[in-house]
Design a protein around this ligand. Structure first.
Ligand code: FHN
Length: 604
């Protein structure tokens, strides 16, 4: 609850002066990144909690349903921020809130951390804030939810983490304002808002013990920039040197794909949202956050729940690509987690009790692409002095043959093969040419959602690199999902395309292997807004040398989803290994094109 206005202003000024001095005098001494990331990489799986004033109405306003996600009620119903406060603060009374129950649900599901919305875009503080009276102490509930939850989460051995929104639709100094917000605007107010936000971050990072992650969000409006991001990142790390901060503390994130191309941007990991990068992001830390239905904050009308199987397989898919899975629950206004969420998490927990070793503490699959039957994660334990790697085969589609093939690996089986959850089965692994074959796995899956087979191999995995190979008819398909990209380019689920093509240095390439030299006619399937497109540079490369350059003008189209396939020339590809590489030789607008695929058709 706010102290007197003068005292709170003094608190904000003092806090920001201290913060400014620490941020200006010297960058904070933070722990080395790999040391900070270790627990997070091992956890692989966390609970996201969206809880706040919006949980009470559950997606309705004035008794009528409101479209969009539940936590965007103020915006979707175009509510005056003060009217929103006056209506919902007296309503917020989650009398059934039980922090211990929430923590147990997360623990039993096999989750290693909990990220809760301390303040979402509506600006309401779920803790007792000294610099605001728009907080949980102003409600009938009058309990510090952050205090209770952080104690309960730690008691279960999990890490407590804070989500905090930069965007604040309620605070008078935040800009831009919502267009229906008629309060007077002081054009110079944004720095005051940042001081206020820093004061609240100081409260959250000095009162509630060790915090695992500061999960920023709402950084996309033009008032936030790299300078504010740097100052905020420095402040957070000066208060908790071991903390992890996501990439949304800074500006420049490329949409829901979640990565920031700028190498100077702050943030420890990328944050794909509602999407899983098709081939992960090799060498980068990232975490997909996902709803169980279609809303983050509770919505009574949203019954579009994902199945537990879907989410178990998402967890396996994400872990096989070296990412983390932050799965969301949106508790109801009474403080309980919806039964649909609890039931799914209970099932996920049952699966994790048998198969958690294939998720926790694992690294990405060594294979360049996923197998049709499922996914692979790895663990590098040292056993009896000899280094062995455990491959965990996450089998979604159980083979009737009772055997599984791992093509393109040269390691020798190291003896132990287990079917998790079926200790009586006695599978065995042997080599067949360039593959390891696992037999005797049984004619039926142990778990229809996913059965895991643990296979030890000698040494560190040595697998054949990914190559695009010709189909039976000689055609070669270079798809967006298979591209090796550099610079700002990112894969976009929306149209299964490469997007965010922002500069002439960025490139997309496909490693190709041919049995003999051949000539091909090439086509590109692309889309571009009317402002954009430009000249495409096409190169056939071998051993870093350009063999056959091409340059083709791509015409603008009607939009980023308006795809067309056009010829881009005739190219000769050498026998053996080569690559097709494309870049923007020129571009008319901010972005170049959305590229869906390049096809090579052999010239008879
Ligand atoms: O606008 C928010 C949204 O409400 C939710 O919090 C998600 C979770 O990552 N983040 C923003 C949308 O990208």
């Amino acid at each position: 609850m706010r102290t007197t206005i003068a005292a709170s202003a003094a608190a904000v000024v003092a806090a920001s002066m201290l913060a400014a001095s620490s941020a200006v005098n010297a960058p904070p001494a933070v722990l080395p990144r790999d040391q900070r990331m270790r627990w997070w990489r091992d956890a692989r799986f966390g609970m996201f909690i969206h809880f706040g004033l919006y949980s009470a109405p559950g997606g309705t306003w004035d008794g009528k349903p409101v479209g969009g996600v539940g936590e965007w009620l103020l915006l979707n119903a175009r509510i005056d921020p003060i009217a929103y406060e006056k209506a919902l603060v007296p309503q917020f009374n989650p009398v059934k809130f039980d922090a211990g129950e929430w923590a147990r649900i997360a623990k039993d599901a096999g989750m290693g951390y909990v990220v809760i919305t301390t303040k979402h875009h509506d600006g309401f503080a779920l803790w007792d804030s000294a610099v605001s009276d728009y907080d949980v102490m102003a409600t009938p509930f009058r309990r510090d939810i952050m205090r209770e939850l952080s104690d309960a989460v730690r008691a279960e051995g999990l890490r407590m983490c804070w989500y905090h929104s930069i965007m604040d639709w309620h605070h008078p100094d935040y800009q831009p304002r919502r267009e229906w917000d008629r309060r007077p605007v002081d054009p110079q107010s944004f720095p005051r808002y940042v001081d206020y936000m820093h004061a609240q971050l100081r409260e959250l990072l000095t009162r509630y013990g060790d915090i695992g992650i500061l999960w920023f969000d709402g950084e996309w409006e033009g008032t936030w920039n790299h300078d504010w991001g740097k100052k905020t990142d420095d402040l957070v790390r000066s208060l908790q040197p071991g903390i992890i901060v996501n990439n949304r503390v800074d500006s420049g994130r490329a949409g829901m794909e979640g990565f920031t191309a700028d190498e100077h941007a702050r943030g420890d990991y990328g944050t794909p949202e509602q999407t899983i990068p098709p081939n992960g992001m090799p060498g980068k830390d990232w975490e997909t956050c996902m709803t169980m239905n279609d809303t983050w904050g509770y919505k009574s009308a949203d019954g579009n729940w994902k199945s537990a199987q879907t989410m178990i397989r998402m967890l396996c898919d994400i872990a096989s690509k070296g990412g983390n899975f932050l799965l969301n629950v949106g508790p109801k206004g009474d403080g309980t987690i919806p039964e649909e969420s609890v039931a799914r998490l209970r099932r996920i927990g049952e699966w994790m009790k048998v198969n958690g070793e294939a998720i926790h503490g694992t690294q990405a699959s060594p294979f360049p692409r996923k197998f049709p039957w499922g996914r692979v994660t790895t663990k590098h334990p040292f056993r009896s002095g000899a280094q062995a790697t455990t491959l965990y085969l996450h089998v979604f589609e159980w083979p009737a043959s009772g055997s599984i093939r791992l093509d393109g690996i040269s390691n020798e089986p190291a003896g132990t093969v287990r079917v998790l959850g079926a200790p009586a089965r006695t599978p065995a692994a042997h080599r067949e040419g360039s593959a390891i074959v696992i037999d005797g796995i049984g004619s039926a899956a142990v778990d229809g959602d996913c059965t895991v087979i643990a296979v030890d191999i000698a040494g560190v995995p040595a697998v054949e690199p990914f190559r695009v190979r010709p189909a039976a008819d000689g055609t070669i398909a270079c798809t967006a999902a298979d591209a090796v990209v550099t610079g700002s380019i990112q894969y976009e689920d929306r149209f299964a395309n490469l997007g965010w093509w922002r500069d002439l240095a960025s490139s997309a390439s496909w490693p190709i292997e041919l049995p003999e030299r051949r000539t091909f006619d090439a086509t590109i399937e692309y889309a571009a807004d009317s402002c954009c497109a430009g000249d495409l540079s096409v190169s056939v490369m071998q051993d870093g040398k350009e063999l056959f350059p091409g340059r083709v003008q791509l015409q603008p189209r009607a939009g980023w989803g308006d795809f067309a396939t056009v010829p881009i020339g005739r190219y000769v590809l050498p026998a053996g290994r080569s690559e097709i590489k494309v870049k923007a030789a020129s571009k008319n607008g901010d972005s170049f094109v959305n590229l869906r695929r390049i096809d090579l058709k052999p010239v008879r």
